[in-house]
Structure formats: C-alpha cells, structure tokens
Design a protein around this ligand. Structure first.
Ligand code: CUA
Length: 327
C-alpha cells in the first residue's frame, strides 16, 4: 500500500470520528433541552413573568402594591401581592387556601432580593422596578417558610416570612390586606384592643435594630439610650414619628459613629401599631429610666396627625434634631 493512500484513509477516519462526536453533542443538547421542557410542562415549572414595571420609590402608593396582602379577585381567583424590602416582606405572613391557584405579584422596593417558598417550586429573583408574576397551587396545607435567598445586606439572614396554607377557603383564610385589616383594628383600638408594641418591634424592626436595641455599627443606629436622647431634643418627639412613617435617608452620627443607613418607611403599619412600637422603643431596654420629664406615651392620634405631612426620607433627615447628634 502506498503512502498517500494510507494518509487519505486515516484522514477519512478522523472525519468520521469527528462527525460522530458532533452528532453526539447535538443529541445531548436536544436531550437536555427536552428535560427543561418536560420539567416545565409536566412538573409545574414556574417561570416568573416580568412584563410590568413599577418604579421602586412610588411602589407603595400605586396599585396593586399600595395594598399588599392576599386578595380575592373579581374572577374568583386569589392574588397575593407582596413587596420585598431590606429586611422583610410586606406582609411578612400570608394565608392562602390549599387547592386553589394563587397568583403572586411580587416586587422589590430597594435592592435585589430573593423570594423562595420552601417546599414549593417558587423561587424568584425580585428586581427593583420590575414586577414578577407567577401562579402556584399549594396542594398540602401547612406552614411554608419564605426566605430571601439573595444576599441583600447586613441583615439578609433575618429576612424571612411565612406562607400559611389552610385547608379550606373560609372567610378567615383570605383576609383583606393587612394594612386595611390593621387600620380597622386601630379604629377598634379606641374601644380597648391593645396592640403589642414589642411584637410589632420583633416583626418589623429587630432585623436591623436588633433585639437588644443595640443596632449594628455603621449600618443601623442603636435605639437603646438614643431614643430618650431624641425625645429630649427639640422636635425629637415628632421626628421619631416621621422616621417610622416616612423612613430616613442620609448619614447620621451617634456617639462619634456615623451610620449610613436607609430606613424604609413603615407607613403600611396602622397608626395604633406605630404608636405602640414608638412606645416600645421609648421604654424598652433601659430607656424608661432615661426619658425626659413629662414624657407622655404616643397615641394613634399623634401618628394620624403626622401622616398628613407626606414627607420623603430625605426631608425627614433634614428635620433630625441636631442636638441629638452629640449624645
Ligand atoms: Cu433580602 Cu437577602
């Protein structure tokens, strides 16, 4: 056999091996792609749709996010409207019926958060300015943990919520949004129902300001000792209401330490809840003993009065009592 002949044959062989590999890779890709299609079509794969947009700064004043909670829609379906923020969900706990399709409408009002309901296939990345919508039917009643699975800041690990799936669609299961529910509770609080400020604090504030009110240096200011100092300063009493109602943006200094935090507005809480939490931070820890003379508890009416001001977080910052900076 002559040399060139041999060369040609081995070339031919190499070509066939190459073709076989190309074919193998194409088949592999088709196989993997069909796995994805199969998972989506047969196992209720959930891809969030992100058609709508919502500007993060006005998100809580426009529908549907002005009323977070679980709603019954006009066509008899269920809709869970929820907002992620550092470091909680609004609302932090929702109740939905089992065996019914629930449409989740989700967004973030600050940074990118995760939205994962453990034990379900709901796992969405929430991007500020974007509304993610997906539908899910919970088969089994029970409590499902809701976690943020995207690192979003210093208190990310405390960003958790709960989804309670109840067996039947009774009136108690699908509530009005919590803001509306608690607002009616605050009306009745005139008739004696008491809001637990410590519970509101644990749910809403402790993630950042910590259970002992000590805060986190550089990020979240302490409330222990600092709240009485603010209450003692000119305008401090109203300033505290403004901070919880409208949020706070800008650097603040306490005891030589600068805090570059961003306090989200908590105006979604009722007047009674905000008054209760203000009273809690005024008296918790050792604060009760440091209150200025003549301190009177906050009332829901105090908060209701300030609500009309409609400040933004930067305006609140400009109203911060200067005398409290040094304490
Ligand atoms: Cu939100 Cu991590």
């Amino acid at each position: 056999m002559s040399g060139p002949d041999l060369e040609e044959r081995s070339l031919h062989r190499a070509e066939r091996v190459e073709q076989a590999w190309i074919l193998f890779i194409v088949v592999l890709q088709i196989f993997f792609f069909s796995l994805i299609v199969y998972a989506l079509t047969h196992h209720g794969g959930n891809l969030a749709r992100t058609a709508e947009r919502a500007p993060p700064d006005t998100i809580l004043s426009n529908p549907p996010f002005d009323q977070p909670g679980v709603w019954k829609t006009a066509d008899g379906g269920y809709r869970a409207v929820m907002v992620a923020q550092a470091f909680s969900f609004l609302p932090n706990e929702v109740v939905v019926p089992a065996g019914e399709a629930v449409e989740f409408q989700l967004t973030s009002r600050d940074v990118i958060h995760g939205f994962q309901i453990e034990g379900s296939n709901i796992n969405v990345e929430l991007i500020p300015g974007q509304v993610s919508t997906l539908t899910h039917t919970f088969r089994r009643p029970g409590e499902y943990r809701l976690v943020c699975n995207q690192y979003c800041g210093i208190s990310h690990q405390n960003m958790r919520g709960k989804v309670r799936v109840v067996p039947s669609v009774d009136a108690a299961a699908v509530q009005a949004p919590p803001s509306a529910a608690s607002k009616s509770a605050s009306t009745s609080s005139a008739g004696g129902s008491v809001v637990d400020g410590a519970a509101v604090y644990a749910r809403t504030c402790a993630g950042c300001h910590q259970g002992g009110g000590q805060g986190i240096p550089g990020a979240f200011p302490p409330l222990a000792e600092h709240v009485p100092a603010l209450l003692d300063a000119d305008g401090g009493r109203l300033y505290l209401i403004d901070v919880v109602l409208f949020g706070l943006a800008g650097p603040i200094k306490i005891g030589g330490q600068t805090y570059q935090g961003m306090m989200p507005a908590q105006g979604q809480l009722s007047d009674a809840e905000l008054a209760a939490v203000l009273n809690h931070i005024s008296t918790a820890w050792e604060n009760a003993g440091m209150l200025p003379e003549g301190f009177s508890s906050y009332t829901a009416a105090d908060v209701a009065d300030r609500r009309e001001q409609r400040l933004n977080p930067t305006e609140v910052h400009s109203r911060r009592p200067q005398s409290a900076e040094q304490r």
